[in-house]
Each structure stands twice: as C-alpha cells, then as structure tokens.
Design a protein around this ligand. Sequence first.
Ligand code: APR
Length: 217
Amino acid sequence: MTKNPLRRWFGRNESVTELGARQSKKEENDANTGNHSSGGDTGPTIRALKGDIASQGVDVVVNAANERLGNGAGVAGAIIKAAGPGLLRECADRYPDGCPTGEARITGGHDLPAKWIVHTVGPQWSDGTNGEPELLADCYRNSLQAAAEIGARTVAFPAISTGIFHYPREDAARVAVSTIRKFLTQSDHGINEVILVAYDCEQLTIYERFLEAEGDE
Ligand code: APR
C-alpha cells in the first residue's frame, strides 16, 4: 500500500481526501465570488496588509498557537472565536499531543472564510541566543510546506511570536520575509500569494520596509 505523504501533517484517522471533501462548499463559494488571488506568470508574490487574520479569505490562515493547540489570546483567540467550537474539538481529537515549537499542524477552517488553518507554535523570546531565530524560521518554512502539500495557493500569516511571546518585531519580520522568500523561490509548490497580516500600523510599516528591500536586510 502506498503511504500517504500527507499523513505526517494530520492526526488520527485523518486523510487529505476527507479534509478536501469538507472544503468543497467553500471552493464553490469562492468560484462564485472570485475569492482567489490571480495566478499568473509573474511568480508568487508576498504582500502586507493591516487587518484581522481571522477575516482573511485565503486558502490557509496560520495560527500563532501554543503547544497544546488549546485556547489562547491574541491571534489564537481571534481564530478560535471566529472558527467556532468545532476547531478546538478537532485539535484535541486529531492532535492529542499538541504541536512542538517550530512545527505545524493542519485543521479545517470551520467557520472562518479560510479553507484550512495551519497551526504553528513560535518560540518565546528570551535573549535571542536560545535558537529563537531558527525556531521562528522553522515555523514559517513548516507552515508553508504544510500549506503547499494540501494544495493551498494563498496563505496568510500573522506576526508569529511578536505578541505574548515577546519576539522583537523588526527581528521577527526579518526572519519572516527572508524565510518566505527563500521558500517561494527554492521549493516546488503551488503557492502564488503570501500575505503578511499586520494588526497595527507600526507592524505594517516594518513589513513594508523589509518587502521593499531587494535582498535580506
Ligand atoms: N489578527 C492579526 N494579528 C493579530 C491579531 C489578529 N486578530 N491579534 C493579535 N495580533 C498580532 C499581535 O499584535 C502580535 O503582533 O499578532 C502578533 C502575535 O501575537 P500573539 O497572538 O500573542 O502570538 P505569539 O506572540 O506567537 O504568542 C502565542 O499567545 O495566544 C497565545 O496560545 C497562544 O500561547 C500562545 C501565545
């Protein structure tokens, strides 16, 4: 029997077919509303906007989760509230062991406009010498890899670790932009748009500055 290559992203009794079937209604809606980024010959794009991660009408929204994949505040609170009670049930059922820092796990989008949620756990900042940049890069890379493997074309990220986990915003944005750029140019994937969702103007300005810079700052 062929091993399902997507199995590692899912928990107990799960298959991508089941998850895909559940998303078909959202796809129908998307087709009717034109809620997809345009593909195109120009290659994948990264852009920043100011908004609420839970309202993004994309294929995948990324959750800044905790290792239990349980209730939280900030991004996790907004996503869990908007997705409805089924999300925490799905997390507990599929991922009873939670998710280690730097890794990623997939669930359906439930009542969100997004089709799927990729849950990733960012590092808690102490002084930057405890592997924080590597772990934060792992979050972006593993989330994009998970999104690519379920066929996502559009992915929206919050500023992982920069809230309750106290990662300095500039340092985190540098890791985010350089890791996403590297992934989009080096990996075989169908992602055509990554959106960096800033919750306030200061964060948006930071993202815009890094996005305008050609190479890594
Ligand atoms: N949409 C977009 N961005 C948001 C939203 C939102 N609805 N709410 C907060 N933010 C921003 C914050 O301003 C911050 O810049 O997202 C960034 C990440 O903040 P947190 O959600 O606190 O995430 P993090 O620092 O990774 O801490 C994760 O917080 O909620 C708990 O359970 C979670 O223990 C985990 C920890």
